[in-house]
Design a protein around this ligand. Structure first.
Ligand SMILES: O=C(O)CCC(=O)C(=O)O
Length: 469
């Protein structure tokens, strides 16, 4: 909690230059908890400009939507249920300018552990979590007819619920098993990004196509209106990143061939896992002008808006040029991958022991089922023969058989334990610089089209990878 204002979580000052105590404290906090909030990154006027740009986009893209009339807010054509502005990234000049903010760059460099000129930022979307808890009068116009139909008590209170901002959840925007293993599927996927599509979807896709050996990766939310607990917004599971390997081993059964982890409420195992994470989660409330940054290996998610204030926020991702776009994967930095976990490193396939244990457990379960089936069949035969005495003998025989089987299984498990780890995945020929060049060419087209190109500063050119290095 912030000692100066209990409505917000602890936050730190960041300076575009210098390496002062606040920055060291911020870094220590980030290393321990996996997230940190930098305050006063954006000025009041920058926040006001951004909020205006966001509402303007909503008004232009959603016929009938007016920022000043909450009764029209159900007309907001958001992409998906989390208030997201659009499918691809926004290249609105104001939002592009936010991505080249000096303090933001300094904060990202600090947590990535590299100089500012090694930071690359992503181009992403923004979100509006419309206030769901305004008084009836604020929604009245639109709701008149509905209220006439539904005169029962309580119906009015539900008005704002028509644009609920998605269920409370936690997730990971990478596949942690693949991330740890340097999955060739992810490397090939990243290599194949062309960034050429009209809706710039590859700028969104690249966010998930990451592995540990690409160096540290962080996600961030730039916040432009005071965001209190009830206004909805980011939740994080503090310290999760330090136990990622352990978590992956423990939840190996949840591994799926997709570049993210989400939990289905319909699957008992997944629901229980998400509930456990949600219990440990923290809602990150923050002042306007603040930026929340978290390591991509931190479980995080969102909480819906349940208040009279709207949430106005912009998402961004950052990584290192040397790590994610270098000539060789992992050639930049110390190969720590930014998880800051301090977890024990394992050679080869980090999950070979887990895979072997899972296979042994499956074999044991199968054998137990077979033994049970044999027992039942024998019992049935005995029943038919009506021979009570011999049934006892048969049961003894069966018990002996089962004991022998269990002994064999134990031996098998021991053998599997001592098997060498599976070989490391085949090497994918990595094209980091080529990808950065394609990305820069496509980005220039988008920035020129939106009118943001002229406003790109030398720092922006570096952060956006437009400087030809
Ligand atoms: O800030 C939020 O509401 C959630 C952000 C999030 O889940 C993400 O960026 O992946």
């Amino acid at each position: 909690m912030d000692p100066e204002d209990p409505r917000f979580v602890m936050s730190f000052d960041i300076h575009a230059s210098g390496n002062d105590t606040q920055q060291q404290l911020a870094l220590a906090f980030f290393t321990k908890y996996g997230f940190v909030v930098f305050r006063d990154v954006f000025t009041e006027s920058e926040c006001a400009k951004t909020v205006d740009a966001m509402w303007s986009y909503a008004e232009q893209s959603s016929p009938g939507f007016l920022r000043a009339e909450p009764s029209t807010w159900s007309k907001y054509q958001s992409s998906g249920k989390y208030g997201l502005s659009l499918r691809g990234p926004s290249f609105d000049p104001v939002l592009v300018n936010n991505r080249q903010n000096e303090k933001l760059a300094a904060g990202l460099a600090l947590v990535l552990g590299v100089p500012v000129d090694d930071v690359i930022v992503g181009h992403d979307r923004f979100t509006i979590y419309r206030a769901t808890g305004l008084d009836d009068s604020e929604y009245q116009q639109q709701q008149v007819e509905k209220e006439e139909e539904e005169e029962e008590e309580g119906a009015k209170a539900e008005v704002g619920k028509q644009f609920l901002t998605g269920r409370k959840n936690v997730h990971l925007d990478l596949n942690p098993w693949w991330w740890l293993e340097a999955s060739p599927d992810i490397l090939t996927g990243a290599n194949s990004l062309q960034y050429a599509h009209a809706d710039a979807q590859d700028f969104i896709k690249e966010n998930n196509l990451v592995v540990k050996s690409m160096g540290p990766q962080v996600q961030a939310v730039m916040n432009f209106a005071n965001n209190e607990d009830g206004d909805g917004g980011t939740v994080v599971v503090p310290g999760f990143h330090r136990h990622l390997l352990q978590w992956c081993k423990q939840h190996y059964a949840l591994r799926k061939p997709v570049p993210f982890v989400t939990f289905s409420a319909r699957n008992d195992q997944e629901r229980e896992c998400e509930e456990a994470l949600l219990e440990q989660s923290l809602r990150v409330s923050m002042r306007a002008g603040s930026v929340l940054v978290w390591t991509q290996t931190l479980a995080h998610g969102t909480q819906p808006n349940n208040s009279k204030s709207s949430r106005m926020a912009q998402f961004i991702k950052a990584c290192t040029r040397s790590g994610a776009f270098g000539a060789r994967i992992g050639s930049g930095g110390d190969g720590d991958g930014g998880s800051g976990s301090g977890e024990e490193e394992e050679p080869g396939n980090v999950f070979s022991a887990v895979i072997a244990a899972a296979a042994a457990a499956a074999a044991a379960a199968k054998a137990a089922q077979e033994a049970k089936k044999i027992m039942e069949e024998e019992k049935e035969k005995e029943k038919k023969r009506g021979d009570g005495g011999s049934m006892q003998m048969q049961q003894q025989k069966q018990q002996q058989k089962q004991q022998q089987k269990q002994k064999r299984q134990k031996q098998q498990q021991q053998q599997q334990k001592h098997q060498p780890p599976a070989p490391a995945p085949a090497c994918v020929s990595w094209d980091g610089p080529g990808r950065l060049a394609r990305r820069a060419a496509a980005l220039e087209v988008h920035l020129r089209a939106s009118g943001a190109w002229e406003g790109v500063t030398p720092l922006g050119a570096s952060l956006f990878g437009l400087d030809g290095r």
